[in-house]
Write a protein that binds this ligand. Sequence first.
Ligand code: NAP
Ligand code: GDD
Length: 347
Amino acid sequence: MKRAFVTGITGQDGSYLTEFLLSKDYEVHGIIRRASTFNTGRIDHIYVDPHEPNARLFLHYGDLSDSEQTSNILYNIKPDEVYHLAAQSHVKVSFNMPEYTGNVTGLGTVRLLESIRRSGNETKFYQASSSEMFGRTASPQNEESAFSPTSPYAVAKVYAYWMAKNYRLGYGLFACNGILFNHESPRRGEIFVTRKITMAIASIIAKKQQYLYLGNLEPKRDWGFAPEYVEVMWKILQQETADDYVVGTGEQHSVREFVDQAFSYVGLKWDQYVRTDPKYFRPTETEDLVADSRKIKKTIGWAPKIRFSELVKIMVDADLRRAGLATIGEGDEFLRKQFPNRWWKTD
Ligand code: NAP
Ligand code: GDD
């Protein structure tokens, strides 16, 4: 049985990836942060009491700012694969907490790489790199495009990217960068723009909220569906040689288009509900992202099934359902058709 160690297991991607790895018969270990309230909501449905003989998911307290603990876990577990997904992952927050973001998102990666190197184990390493690293570089972006980061988050991710590459070149570590473009889902964190929009729509329909306050509506993103992206993470580590890959749909839309499509889907005119609040603008913005994913398509034959318009519907449907406002919508129907035997069980 293969053994994986997942950092960021409680996040959007970590939760889907863990579900995927369990479906592939892995034993999965993850770190969770000690908090005064439970932060395991996204993985509760797959958690089995570790005393049970069939338990294959094990959680350990740990934090990326503490190398001793993660190093001990790595030493004791001796994983075949490490998926390093934990990060202070919010771009706007990184402007408010640049030092913390550098410590966790940048140095946190080196702490893990160094622990693996010192352990001497044959452990493969996946680094969650980001399209945000391209910043001001003209689109479409691919593996050859220059990095031009426009936020403390992106700067920290560029540092982590090069560290992963340095450990590959310098020490022969099987370390790979997945440079993923934005990917969303009903499990997306509530303060990322897509989820903020779809949750607000449910609240507006339920008459619990009157307006949705947003920042800059002009930036363009390449939005995909998170479960499809975590499968790619796994495939990247199954290749013969370690390498770096750009992953995205190749389709670009603005924040304004996302808002428009989401409100239109429920029969509302977005401009009657959306207001601007300057506090959501960023000191510097990444305006124009869209992936040129030819390399990953050629290497593993990957092509996304869920495109922008379906993604919007899937997310709106899920938030309407959570609010008790609807049961099955067009997005749900589409998901069922595209993934009849899907390995993830809940929203
Ligand atoms: P997310 O939902 O924000 O999850 C972040 C995870 O990191 C959570 O499990 C969080 O734990 C954990 N974490 C944060 N600070 C930590 C610390 N100091 N020590 C230990 N764990 C810590 O992010 P995501 O969307 O799943 O993204 C996963 C990774 O991919 C991130 O590295 C992100 O930067 C990168 N990425 C994401 C996208 C995207 O569009 N989603 C695109 C490119 C790259 P808590 O639950 O305790 O907060
Ligand atoms: N969060 C947020 N909230 N964003 C807003 C808002 C708002 O109220 N109003 C407008 N936006 C704009 C942002 O300025 C940005 O241009 C765009 O919406 C998307 O913002 P986010 O959803 O916060 O995502 P992101 O693109 O900044 O970062 C995400 O994708 C990266 C990959 O490119 C995160 O998941 C990062 O961790 C990831 O690396």
